[in-house]
Design a protein around this ligand. Sequence first.
Ligand code: BG6
Length: 449
Amino acid sequence: IRDNKRQCVLDTLRLSREQLLEVKRRFSEEMTRGLSKQTHKQASIKMLPTYVRSTPDGSEHGDFLALDLGGSSFRVLLVRVRSGTKRSVDMQQKIYSIPQEIMQGTGEELFNHIVDCIADFLEYMGMKGASLPLGFTFSFPCDQTKLDEYRILLYNLTIYQTMIYIFCFPVLTVLDDEFDLNFVAVVNDTVGTMMTCGYEDPKCEVGLIVGTGTNACYMEEMHNIELVEGDNGRMCVNVEWGAFGENGELEEFCTEFDHLVDACSNYPGKQRYEKMISGMYLGEIVRNVLLDFTAKGLLFRGKVSERLKTRGIFETKFLSQIESDRLAMRQVRSILQHLGLTGSTCDDSVLVKEVCSVVARRAAQLSGAGLAAVVDKIRQNRNLNQLSITVGVDGTLYKTHPHFSAIMQETLRDLAPQCEVTFLKSEDGSGKGAALITAVACRVKNEGQ
Ligand code: BG6
């Protein structure tokens, strides 16, 4: 009876093939709505034009500067791209921390700090006064009007990010004035991921991130992007797919645990798809299931510990460790102990592992369903019966989880059988990718002259 009760709860987290097909169908519908002038405002997925018009073709050449602004640090990179027989990408970088007081200070202070770091870096490289094209990565949504103009989407900004928004334009001017840098591109990390892999494999026309957050981008036909003038060629669209579900599209697939995680998050109602997929939330779903089981007396001898009530204890790395096939139950138990969940029995460990596996499987299947919609759209755009394409992927969950990628790929094969998809792991989409986007933009500009 106890096991029946547990399985009934876990069944709510299991999706059937029909349900996944329905997710794919709804996802496709939202993509079309996001691209259309009439409906994009109401669409949950924003399908943001990125003004990236091409993936690398290997003829890119030159020195580029990349700036990567993350949560608590800032990287400056010098990227040397060589074409022809010496085709290569070499990078040198320096990481600068952003001190607490600057992070909580004014935007002006932050950007003065950035300017100081760039000055230091150029001096360190012996390149003071050099004139270099520059790419700037933010790892949060940017709404672009041109490749070098942007507005950060305001829906999930921290104070720190809001400052960047307010001060974005002065920064560009400051950077330009001080160093004679040629500001070329503002880069989204998903696009950087696609471009990094695109340099290795010309068939890479999709970028995917499954890490702390999740997102995808792909090369769309210009004539389908109604928000941008011009009908020729292609442009990379930043799907911002984490927002799928904000119009209630995922409601019937959600469980009470998803609702709890959403309600306790910083932005209830937002990023619903992301909250079922990415590393930042999977651990929270697992924790809520465990809380429920414990309260019902099905786990941890019915004792709800303070630790289990603590948000964020299940980081992505624990999910990946617990599901590792090489691990004996004894080791699962020691991970639980390490998490402060003491007093677990062997049965408890088996159950915790099962919960982790069900939650991660659903996440992988859901991302597979979204990806199936994306690649099938590309196939239909090109009027192909069969499409062969590569997806560049990054993110800790995808890279470290023992089963995530296999389940996602299996789902994709099942839901998009006319697409043969290869996955390529990307390294440093935010640094190398920023430089490559800049390099491609310079190449395209030169070709047009
Ligand atoms: C990094 C990329 O490797 O992966 C970033 O350079 C990206 O661009 C990040 O944002 C995503 O992974 P995670 O797991 O750190 O969120």
